[in-house]
Design a protein around this ligand. Structure first.
Ligand code: ADP
Ligand code: MG
Length: 758
């Protein structure tokens, strides 16, 4: 019996899935596995777990598990469902990589897909669960795909054992053939249930000309036009990355300032200080009478004399979509005159935004304002924003690309598939008929691919192959993938794992074909088992597996944590505060250089290069209790440091679980490593990154000026470089290893460590 509040009950009744509760529950009762398709916002994620709960699926020994591809969804959906059911978070809980609030009373558990995969390693039959819901299956995230493959075997096994279990796969699109028409995956195709969403017509407006370069500027002008000329209704703008989102938010807030009362404002109106300063300066020349909106009775008076308010810092966090490499920001470009008479309530949205900030998009905008959400593609399917009538779609998405052969990765902005464009347009028709403005022409649209590719076909799979081998899936090629990765990618993964010693090496003799087959079915080695226990990718897992020598484990843990969190350091080319001038940035850069030199240590430590700087930064930051002030003053990203601390804790637990005799702990006052320890750390790092070796280009090879200071790697024809911000860019050692090659303005190695100094 669930005791919901009346307003919650009323809101639920409006959701399309509620009308289908009986159909869905009957299907679950009659079938071991079903696929549920329903538009974003139809209520799948919030309601289906409740249906199952009310039908008693959590009243026996098993509980209801729900997987999400994104951490933020796991956390916020668990909170939402707890609130809807009027129970504590001890009953509807979440578990993500670093944290969770699961208790022994938990009945519904939201988790990331990676968490469930780890649980399968501990208990292949997942006996804790009576139902598993795989949410957002249409996103085709790698772990989701693997889970579906595994569950297609686990569910029949459970039923055979007399411990029945149900599987519900939920998708926001109707494109589920990879799951249903895949004989290897499900010999009996699962039942598909479609929830008809109430969808109002959306008029599509294509641009005559496609905005090629400055689509953020184009989005700005389009949004301004909509806001000025069109009837009420929220605006949702799709851009590709966090920096773009913040740039556009800033410009829109400037153009249509909204001044909340002091006590209401929660940090989203930080641009105003700068704004006010500027308008004072210009006040003699540009006096503009506010346009009066007769329908708007609640425009707040512009409250002057508020200049001492801190110009805020936009949060810069890592995004699932990746680094923002296009830093082009032209805040002064083509600005419109500020028009406070028609305030726009502008909110950013991206995947790693704080849950509280994210929750704001669900609330009605302040009276007298229009809501405008500027989002990355998270608003495409994972988050439903109420009241949107206008969608502005730049037609692009930022994706990480890997070169299958060389492993070079880069973030690229590419066109979205048609299916995504239609999803985005659909966001405008949830509550009433709407409009979608596409910043590209219909001709360009018709060249878009139809659907997006599954992630598994686009990235290296070494971590997956290791996890699967640890589950004793020897021949990964035979695994029932919804969409199999390419055989090249599988081979590359097996080769890497063999070279790391995680798999037993194949026989060296035999015919080509046999050898090839042998390479694809190597069993896991004891080292591989040890590596698989750590929640990091195989290269780093190997470092952890070797880290117990010479009392180095605590350092290796800190280092691996630092290496696997993106972007420790602040971006020195971008102002941290709105009012930071070039002098301020110069000072910050100088300070950073000084700190990096300090952290790089001396003598033996210098050989560790970028890695020693990371280790030094983490040590110094912890020593100072990791305060935001310390990070700010020393060029570190606070969010990254918080993440590193959590990961250190988690890796420490993982190490203790495997080798309790080491008794490692997170020491906030960690002394710098001794020379002998540095040597050991370096060997451990080389053991993990051994295949990422680069050799300085010799003078006789310098045929082209672009090779100056370059390095040669086995797989690339082009030279790669040490980034000028690295301390090693001064010494240019003969041999180095690197974490990864990232293509930005040049091919740069990240996380460089010297093999030998000359
Ligand atoms: P689906 O999973 O089918 O996309 P959801 O179950 O996520 O749908 O959402 C159902 C409804 O609940 C949507 O209208 C959405 O706006 C609303 N909703 C989801 N999360 C929250 C929240 N934290 N606060 C208020 N409303 C929410
Ligand atoms: Mg959902």
């Amino acid at each position: 019996p669930v005791d919901r509040l009346p307003e919650i009950q009323a809101a639920r009744l409006k959701l399309p899935v509620l009308a289908e509760e009986q159909v869905i529950m009957e299907a679950v009762r009659e079938n071991p596995c079903i696929v549920l398709c329903g538009e974003t916002g139809s209520g799948k994620t919030t309601q289906v777990p409740q249906f199952l709960y009310e039908a008693g699926y959590a009243s026996g020994s098993g509980i209801i598990g729900v997987t999400e591809p994104r951490r933020v969804a796991a956390v916020s959906m668990s909170h939402r469902v707890a609130k809807e059911m009027n129970v504590s978070t001890g009953v509807v809980s979440y578990q993500i990589r670093y944290e969770g609030n699961v208790t022994k009373d938990t009945k519904i558990k939201f988790m990331t897909d990676g968490v469930l995969l780890k649980e399968i390693q501990k208990d292949f039959l997942l006996q804790k669960y009576s139902v598993v819901i795989i949410d957002e299956a249409h996103e085709r995230s790698v772990y989701t795909d693997i889970l579906i493959g595994l569950l297609s075997r686990i569910v029949p096994l459970r039923n055979k054992k007399g411990l029945p279990m149900k599987l519900v796969i939920m998708s926001a699109t109707l494109r589920v053939e990879d799951f249903t028409q895949n004989q290897r995956l499900f010999p009996n195709p699962p039942l598909v249930i479609k929830v008809e969403a109430r969808q109002f017509p959306v008029t599509i407006h294509f641009n005559k000309r496609t905005a090629m370069e400055d689509y953020t500027g184009e989005a700005f002008h389009k949004t301004c036009k909509i806001h000025r000329m069109l009837p009420p209704g929220g605006i949702l703008v799709f851009l590709t990355g966090q920096a773009e989102v913040h740039t556009l938010c800033r410009r829109l807030r400037k153009a249509f300032p909204y001044r909340p009362n002091r006590d209401q404002q929660e940090g989203e109106e930080k641009d105003l200080t700068v704004e006010l300063k500027k308008s004072k300066k210009n006040s003699k020349r540009t006096v503009s009478l506010p346009r009066i909106d007769l329908d708007n009775y609640s425009v707040l008076p512009v409250d002057e004399g508020d200049e001492d308010r801190q110009a805020g810092i936009d949060e810069e966090e890592d995004d699932d979509e990746g680094l923002d490499l296009d830093l082009g920001e032209h805040p002064e470009d083509g600005e419109e005159k500020a028009d406070p008479s028609i305030p726009l309530y502008v909110l950013p949205l991206y995947s790693l935004l704080d849950p509280e900030q994210q929750a704001k998009v669900f609330c009605p905008p302040p009276a007298g304002t229009r809501l405008c959400v500027v989002s990355t593609n998270v608003a495409e399917t994972s988050v439903t924003i109420p009241g949107v009538r206008y969608v502005v779609d730049c037609g692009r998405v930022k994706q990480r690309f890997y070169d299958r052969v060389t492993g070079v990765s880069s973030f690229k902005v590419t066109w979205i598939p048609q299916a995504s464009a239609d999803q985005r347009a659909g966001r405008a028709g949830r509550t009433e008929p709407g409009h979608c403005y596409r910043l590209y022409s219909s001709a360009v649209f018709s060249d878009f691919s139809l659907f997006s590719e599954a992630e598994i076909t686009r990235r290296p799979v070494d971590d997956l192959v290791l996890q699967m081998k640890d589950l004793n899936i020897q021949k990964v090629v035979n695994f029932p993938f919804p969409t199999p990765p390419s055989s090249e990618a599988l081979l590359a993964a097996e080769d890497l794992l063999i070279s790391l010693g995680a798999l037993e090496p194949p026989p060296r003799q035999g015919r080509m074909l046999e050898l090839q087959r042998a390479r694809l079915s190597c069993p896991i080695s004891p080292l591989g088992r040890a590596m698989a226990a750590f929640p990091v990718s195989p290269r780093y897992a190997k470092m952890l597996a070797l880290g117990q020598q010479q009392d180095c484990m605590a350092y290796i843990i800190a280092l691996v944590a630092a290496m696997t969190v993106r972007e420790l350091f602040q971006d020195l080319d971008r102002p941290v505060a709105k009012d930071e001038d070039s002098e301020g940035m110069k000072q910050r850069r100088a300070r950073m250089t000084q700190m990096k030199r300090l952290w790089a240590g001396q003598g033996e430590s210098l050989l560790l290069g970028d890695l020693m700087v990371m280790l030094g930064a983490v040590g110094a930051c912890e020593f100072a209790d990791g305060t935001p002030q310390f990070c700010e003053a020393n060029g570190l990203r606070y969010k990254a440091m918080v993440e590193i601390r959590r990961l250190r804790g988690q890796l420490t637990n993982a190490v203790n679980a495997v080798s309790p005799e080491l008794g490692v702990f997170v020491d906030s006052k960690m002394a710098p490593p001794t020379a002998a320890q540095v040597q050991c750390i370096r060997q451990v790092v080389l053991a993990g990154l051994g295949d990422h070796l680069a050799r300085r280009v010799q003078s006789e090879e310098m045929l082209d000026p672009k090779w100056v200071n370059g390095y040669k790697t086995p797989l690339l024809d082009e030279p790669v470089f040490i980034h000028p911000s690295s301390n090693l860019s001064k010494t240019l050692p003969q041999f180095v290893v690197y974490q990864e090659i990232m293509e930005t303005t040049k091919m740069y190695m990240r996380g460089v460590c010297a093999v030998e100094m000359d």
